[in-house]
Design a protein around this ligand. Structure first.
Ligand code: ADE
Length: 229
């Protein structure tokens, strides 16, 4: 089975609309939707927003269902001028941008007293996704920065590190924690995001507007990948 996650209901609704043989399982207030898409066994669930919710849900689903792979889709803010609203950003690697322990000698993003900093995507999943052609916008492979903050004022010096020090291409709130849990459990993982905003003063408005496009785009990508997994 393949686990498909999104942070919010609106980021998983498109998957549910095309699922066959759907069955709902309840877990601690969350609905897990088990069924098939493109003939492949899948489990689709909302994780909730942020690193804790995403990590918790990923670990639970790995323990309970032993998936062959975890795919996480949704929205991200762009950190680079050439990555436009509506484009698709596939994470080639991910980092927790709000992990900051420079005071005890670790570079931003590194989990202290470990080697974990930049978490690579599964090479096979990344290769497959890199051949996807979105119906709108361009496809980019790049670095996703994850943290428990919605970035809406990147022009402020306090967030310059996202594009400078971390060389990030996109920013969101779950990906690196999902990748971290998958890496520890040795489960292949891919995070794919539709760009909803430029992580600037308009980010909040653009985010709401782009939810429908994002879910359509995510469904296209997952439908393209599933038969090849
Ligand atoms: N997801 C989409 N846009 C985002 C932003 N600007 N900051 C954090 N997460 C996001």
């Amino acid at each position: 089975m393949i686990v498909i996650l999104g942070a919010m209901d609106s980021e998983i609704s498109s998957f549910l609309s095309v699922m066959d043989n759907a069955k709902i399982l309840h877990w601690n207030g969350f609905d897990h939707h088990q069924g098939t898409i493109e003939g492949r066994a899948v489990l689709v669930s909302k994780s909730g927003v942020g690193k804790v919710m995403a990590a918790m849900m990923t670990q639970h689903l790995i323990d309970a269902y032993h998936p062959l792979a975890v795919l996480f889709t949704g929205l991200a803010g762009s950190l680079q001028p050439h990555i436009a609203i509506g484009d698709t950003l596939i994470a080639s690697d991910l980092v927790q941008h709000d992990m900051e322990a420079s005071g005890i000698g670790f570079p931003r993003g590194q989990i202290p007293f470990s080697d974990w900093r930049f978490l690579p995507a599964d090479p096979r999943l990344l290769h497959l996704a890199s051949e996807f052609v979105p119906y709108q916008g361009k496809l980019h492979l790049g670095r996703i920065c994850t943290g428990d903050q919605f970035i809406s004022h990147r022009e402020m010096a306090s967030h310059a590190y996202l594009a400078d020090e971390l060389a990030g291409d996109g920013v969101e709130m779950e990906g690196a924690s999902v990748a971290q849990v998958c890496a520890i459990n040795d489960v292949p993982c891919l995070v794919a995001r539709t760009i909803s905003d430029k992580a600037d003063g308009s980010a909040g408005v653009n985010f709401e507007e782009f939810l429908p496009l994002a879910s359509h785009n995510s469904l296209d990508l997952v439908r393209y990948m599933l038969p090849q997994l």
